[in-house]
Design a protein around this ligand. Structure first.
Ligand SMILES: [Zn+2]
Length: 461
């Protein structure tokens, strides 16, 4: 029997990646992401999974971002007891991310109980720390570029995608059919990571490709970062950078180090105010020290050199250290999660720093609809935090060049420049305008069937 593929997430949206590949012999889920962003999407985390999770044979995870692995403990809680295949550093980062997520789920449920605003009585967390630990126990680490058997007639191969440490695009072979999943594709140039591998030049029965920036070409940020920091310091302000705990913090620190060393910016205190970002930073440090092939050649020249070592860098751990930053004599640079300002310590910094026009908020990654980051990006005059509307007096700057996602040109080149061919193509992980534009561009190069699947749709491969 030929496989079918069902789109259970990241269908006409950028979040909740989950793709179910089924035959009468085997059921494999590719990615197991949590829905984030607007409430309508987040509520989908509470919808029943389309099949009984105990019937799933295996889950394959492309990378450790929450929208690709954050639903794992939920499926475990609902009876999934198979193996979870991922790379070494995806496992290391997913452990950090899932434990943090479980803590947030439990705190949210407690908060809802205290405030009495949940429809569950008592309010239930989506999952608990026990569920996260159970999921982690099922991890099976798989080497890059090696075929790994999942069942009698299915196998998976992980290839580096240069998106974050550990990230892969995957080749899934099921019942003789070959499917290629892009996961999130990184960019050809990354200051720390090696470029994405080329797609093997073979024929695929289907490719499932992301389209986050399918309608855009990234501009070079050039001197925007240095200019913005200098302008803010000159007016005595603080620079606040909401950043994804994994990868953006690393890239920012490297760039700040270069700017300090080349004296393009003065030496001001730089705070990484996120224990999760600090833990992720340690994963990057260990990959560099191990001389991992995921790290790019320039950094590998001297693996003993700590590329994140800034004399003026402070990594705050405790909540009281974080709150102490409120008393900070300006100027300073604060990097805090989360990247779209939906939660985490960045929220209390925003509440304090946003009203003052001396300060600057630098947005560095994709800002999903419904997030505070998106509101700031779109120039909202106020942003709601802790139940109150905070006026936006601070300057807001967007740095496009710091994206971890390939742009339109990079995606097309990756798909079509290596001699791989496709029977049919599915465009996922993009908002409708981006996915639609990208599908048009693809169709101009590809005579076969191009589909932008809707949530819940199933297709034959
Ligand atoms: Zn990602």
């Amino acid at each position: 029997m030929s496989p079918t593929i069902s789109f259970i997430g990241a269908a006409q949206t950028v979040t909740g990646s989950k793709f179910l590949v089924s035959t009468d012999q085997v059921q494999i889920l590719v990615d197991c992401g949590m829905f984030q962003g607007i409430k309508e999407l987040r509520l989908q985390n509470w919808q029943p999974f389309p099949i009984n999770p105990s019937q799933l044979d295996a889950i394959v995870i492309t990378h450790a971002h929450l929208d690709h692995c954050g639903y794992l403990p939920r499926l475990v809680r609902q009876g999934f007891n198979g193996k979870i295949y991922l790379t070494e550093y995806t496992a290391a980062l997913a452990k950090i991310i899932l434990r943090d997520s479980a803590k947030i789920q439990m705190e949210d449920a407690e908060f809802a109980q205290a405030k009495g605003f949940s429809k569950h009585n008592p309010p239930l967390p989506l999952y608990t720390d026990d569920d996260a630990e159970e999921a982690i126990k099922s991890f099976v680490e798989v080497d890059f570029r090696t075929d790994f058997a999942i069942s009698a007639d299915s196998s998976v191969k992980f290839l580096p995608s240069g998106h974050i440490l550990g990230a892969a695009f995957i080749e899934l072979t099921v019942a003789g059919k070959k499917l290629l999943f892009s996961g999130d594709l990184g960019r050809p140039v990354h200051p720390v990571l090696a470029a994405p591998d080329s797609i093997p030049p073979i024929k695929y029965d289907a490719v499932i490709v992301e389209s986050t920036y399918g309608d855009r070409i990234h501009e070079d940020s050039g001197s925007i970062l240095a200019d913005t920091i200098n302008r803010t310091i000159a007016r005595g302000g603080t620079v606040l950078i909401p950043a994804f705990a994994v990868d953006r913090t690393e890239v920012l620190l490297m760039q700040l180090k270069e700017l300090v060393e080349s004296k393009e910016i003065p030496t001001v205190p730089i705070f990484v105010d996120s224990p999760m970002a600090s833990a992720a930073l340690d994963c990057y440090r260990s990959a560099i020290a191990e001389d991992s092939p995921e790290i790019n050649a320039e950094v590998r020249v001297d693996p003993s050199h700590d590329i994140f070592a800034l004399a003026n860098l402070h990594e705050t751990q405790s909540v009281s250290d974080s709150k102490a930053l409120n008393q900070l004599k300006r100027p300073a640079i604060i990097i805090a999660a989360s990247g779209m300002a939906t939660g985490g310590r960045v929220v209390h910094h925003l509440a304090r720093l946003l009203p003052d026009s001396a300060n600057t908020v630098i947005l560095v990654g994709f800002q999903a609809p419904g997030t505070r980051g998106r509101s700031l990006l779109e120039g909202a005059p106020t942003v709601k935090m802790h139940g109150i509307h905070v006026a936006v007096g601070a300057e807001v700057v967007y740095l496009p060049g710091l994206s971890v996602h390939a742009d339109q040109t990079e995606l097309l080149s990756w798909l079509f420049d290596t001699g791989a061919s496709y029977e049919q193509m599915f465009i996922v992980h993009g908002e409708v305008p981006a996915a639609t534009k990208f599908a048009e561009l693809i169709q101009a190069k590809f005579p076969g069937k191009v589909t932008i699947p809707a949530q819940g749709e199933t297709f034959n491969v």
